[in-house]
Design a protein around this ligand. Sequence first.
Ligand code: ZN
Length: 201
Amino acid sequence: MFLENNFKNIVKRGWIELISGSMFSGKTEELIRRLRRAEIAGQKIAIFKPEIDKRYSEKNIVSHDSKTIPSMPLSDAKNILNHVKDIEVVGIDEAQFFDNEIVDVCNTLANNGVRVIIAGLDMDFNGNPFGSMPALFAISEYVTKVHAICMKCGNLAHYSHRLTATKKLVELGEKDIYEPLCRSCYNEIKANESSEPELFK
Ligand code: ZN
C-alpha cells in the first residue's frame, strides 16, 4: 500500500504520483483513498476530471464501488491551473482523456509545491499506450500499477478487452462493454478474433 508523507506547515514541496492499470483495477478507489487521507491530514484538495467522462455524475468522481468525492469536469487540461489557488493536493481522474497539455500542467503544479495524484488507464482496448499516459508515467516520482482480476482465468488482469465490435478509441462503458483479461487470455481471444496467421504458435 502506498503511504505518503504529509508536509503541511513544514516545507512546501510538490511531487507527482501516478496510479494506472486496466478497467476495473481499482484506480479511482486508490485515488479517492489517497485524497481522503490528505483531507484527514488537514490539506486542501481539488479534483479534476475530463468533461468527456459523464458516465455517472457531472460533478463527482465515482469509483465502481460507489464511493464519491466532489470533482470539477474540465474540457481542457490547462484550465486546471485556474482552479488551484491555495490548493495543496490535486487529484486528476481519467487522465488518459485529457489533452497533451496535462503533462505540463502536472509539472507546473508539482514545481509549485503541489502534490499531484493522477489516475488513468495505461492502455486502450487495443493494448496500445493511452494518450498522454506514457509521458505521465515518465514525469511521475511514484508509479503504482493496479490490477483487475482476469475474467477468464482469475489471474491478475493487464488488459481491458472490449466486448463490442466498435473501433472507436473512446467508448465509455462498464462491464457490458469491457472485461479485464490477463496477457495470456487476451492474446488467446485476439488470436481467435483475427484472421491473420499466428506467428508465434
Ligand atoms: Zn487470464
